[in-house]
Design a protein around this ligand. Structure first.
Ligand SMILES: *Cc1c(COP(=O)(O)O)cnc(C)c1O
Length: 338
């Protein structure tokens, strides 16, 4: 294993040894290969640079107690990337090719997967970008599919701590827009509102539904969930939310392992009183308890601003236990890297 301060890693770029790269030219993907070169040399006319024709994914590799390495539901990332590609008129990467690329990258960078118990993981960043000579607004003539990785630290150092969020006046996506696709454009639009929220001391902003501004959609770059006072797991349903794999995993675990009713539906910002606990979920955020939400003059505290609620903690233990191989996984959720 590499000599890193595994307990204290953050979430930042660290150059690892190998990345995977494949090229789409003349209607087909090249055989992908691993390379040590982390610099892309692309045309100045690439559509990814001008018109945002690109999409990405994010997933992690986890070191188990036995020393083996787990991927968590990589086929779901493959399918979501295909759907992002369809929305942006980019060629889809076949599911097997995607999962194989992820496995190859983890295997080649095995020494960058942190030790079991440190909380560190290897974050994988698959992406597809439109490249090749172009200037008009049209899909690119060529594409690059790449997967690189960086070791990242435990999201929480020294236990789970709630974060506070600010309801934004801005929208991250439009009705019928690209909110459900994992594309860079959504993120470019979120940098300014995110910076404003952070400068006021919040973790990030909460985006409401773009049509009526009455319902919660996203918590920064994570999905929202709440636990109602009668113990139901509730998460928003909308075509402009990014369908989080963590969120769908929690819907399943809340129902099947915690015996809760699990619901996708409208979550009105004016109706936060129904919740005893709330959280944000995603690959990077894992499960982040939400301490409080500021909405204009209204400041709503959930379980506590300093302590994690018991249901949120149970969901966290179940999810993370499965990812690190300590708890039994539902069929197909864990893919071993061998
Ligand atoms: C990636 C992402 C998420 C989380 O999705 P996971 O599959 O759980 O990692 C949530 N919201 C946005 C906007 C995202 O881009």
């Amino acid at each position: 294993m590499k000599d890193l301060d595994w307990q204290n890693l953050g979430f930042g770029y660290i150059k690892t040894d190998y990345r995977y790269i494949a090229y789409w030219k003349n209607g087909s993907w090249s055989a992908g290969e691993l390379t040590r070169d982390n610099i892309l040399h692309i045309s100045e006319g690439s559509t990814a640079l001008h018109y945002g024709q690109q999409c990405f994914e994010g997933l992690k590799a986890y070191r188990t107690k036995e020393g083996s390495i787990n991927l968590f539901r990589p086929d779901e990332n493959a399918k979501r990337m295909q759907s992002s590609c369809r929305r942006l008129l980019m060629p889809e990467v076949p599911l097997e090719m995607f999962v194989d690329a992820c496995k190859q990258v983890v295997k080649a960078n095995e020494e960058w997967v942190g030790p079991y118990g440190s909380g560190a993981t290897l974050y994988l960043r698959p992406m597809i970008i439109g490249v090749g000579d172009n200037i008009g607004v049209s899909p690119a003539p060529e594409y690059i599919f790449s997967v690189f990785c960086c070791p990242v630290g435990a999201y929480f150092k020294g236990g789970m701590k709630p974060t506070n969020f600010l309801v934004s006046d801005y929208d991250r996506a439009a009705p019928q827009g690209t909110g459900a696709a994992k594309v860079g454009g959504n993120y470019a639009a979120s940098l300014y509102p995110g910076k404003k929220a952070k400068s006021l001391g919040f973790g990030d902003c909460i985006y409401l539904d773009p049509a009526t501004h009455t319902k919660i959609e996203e918590v920064g770059s994570a999905n929202f969930f709440g636990i109602t006072k009668d113990n139901k797991f509730v998460t928003p349903l909308s075509p402009s939310i990014l369908p989080s794999i963590t969120k769908y995993s929690l819907l399943y675990l809340a129902k099947e392992r915690l015996g809760m009713e699990a619901i996708e539906g409208d979550v009105y910002i004016a109706d936060l009183d129904q919740f005893k606990e709330a959280g944000a979920c995603g690959t990077a955020a894992v499960i982040t308890p939400i301490g409080a939400i500021q909405n204009g003059e209204d400041y709503h505290v959930f379980y506590s601003e300093t302590e994690v609620g018991p249901v949120t903690k149970q969901l966290y233990d179940e999810l993370v236990g499965i990812q690190f191989g300590d708890r039994p996984a539902p069929e197909g959720w864990i893919v071993k890297v061998e």
